[in-house]
Design a protein around this ligand. Structure first.
Ligand SMILES: NC(=O)CCC(=O)C(=O)O
Length: 285
């Protein structure tokens, strides 16, 4: 049986103090912390940044900060250079993307391989439109368009699924990637201080338990002086549903080892991956 994760790898979660009005300051800070991560833990193979890390997270800011995803655009070039310099797989958080053909703006995660090449991108499919009285109201759809694909990408060590924040509330994306053989579902994210305490950890554990894969959530650091209060608590959950690392609320880098045996042994013990009844799941939609 071929392994869905070919070897043990270390992942670094960059819980960045980001969202400043100055895009290049956000990029520089991301670069500084990625450098630190690979210096402090030289065997790091995979690095993940948070949602909307190069811009303020606000509906009136997505379009002005948006860029076309192409090799020469400022954020893409910056991230590509870092990935190739450190020979890491880089899940580049997310950035506002302008599609020049349609003039639509997306919330997009660009993923790079160790040569700095783009291996894929995920456009946030489920837009964060919520209204909790006395809690939080946010409407991404005022300025963003949702993507229309689930994203599973091939890396050096196996497949990863990518979603963005609110996407994690929809188990189907993780399920699709897991069925395609992903060893991890990775969500650059930015929950907030209202919904974070309610659901952040529960959702991460649920996606892992549903699919017996690793789930990786990466948040910006909390900044109570900004309009949007990110939750923090970046974390990795293993295929058994245990939180194996969790950040606090401030700027921080946390690491975890992802191990093929953790997936294989747990799948052998509780073999839901081979017990599924696709014959009775036909008419779900
Ligand atoms: N940026 C987001 O998609 C936030 C999602 C969120 O906070 C939630 O509760 O869901």
């Amino acid at each position: 049986m071929s392994k869905i994760l070919s070897q043990k790898i270390k992942v670094a979660l960059i819980q960045l103090a980001c969202g400043k009005p100055d895009k290049s300051a956000n990029l520089q800070r991301a670069g500084t912390l990625i450098e630190k991560a690979v210096k402090d833990e030289p065997d790091t193979k995979l690095v993940v940044l948070p949602e909307c890390f190069n811009a303020p997270y606000a509906t009136d800011k997505f379009r002005p900060y948006a860029e076309v995803i192409e090799p020469e655009s400022i954020s893409v070039k910056y991230l590509s250079n870092i990935a190739s310099k450190h020979k890491i797989i880089l899940v580049g958080g997310s950035i506002p993307e302008l599609d020049p053909k349609t003039d639509k703006v997306y919330n997009t995660s660009v993923v790079f391989n160790e040569k700095g090449e783009i291996i894929g991108k995920h456009r946030k499919a489920h837009l964060f439109d919520i209204d909790i009285p006395n809690g939080i109201t946010f409407k991404e759809s005022l300025s963003l368009t949702g993507g229309d694909e689930a994203t599973t990408l091939d890396t050096t060590y196996g497949k990863i699924g990518v979603g963005i924040c609110y996407d994690m509330r929809f188990p189907e994306l993780a399920m699709i990637s897991a069925r395609k053989g992903a060893f991890a579902m990775i969500y650059p994210a930015a929950f907030n201080t209202v919904t974070g305490p309610m659901h952040w950890k529960l959702l991460a554990r649920a996606r892992s338990i549903d699919n017996q894969i690793y789930t990786i959530l990466v948040s910006p650091a909390r900044n109570m002086n900004s309009d949007y209060h990110a939750y923090g608590h970046s974390m990795v959950v293993n295929p058994r549903g245990d939180v194996i690392v969790e950040a606090g609320e401030g700027e921080e880098i946390v690491y975890a080892d992802l191990e093929p045996e953790a997936i294989e042994q747990f799948r052998m013990g509780i073999p839901i991956t081979t017990q599924r009844r696709f014959d009775i799941y036909k008419n779900v939609a």
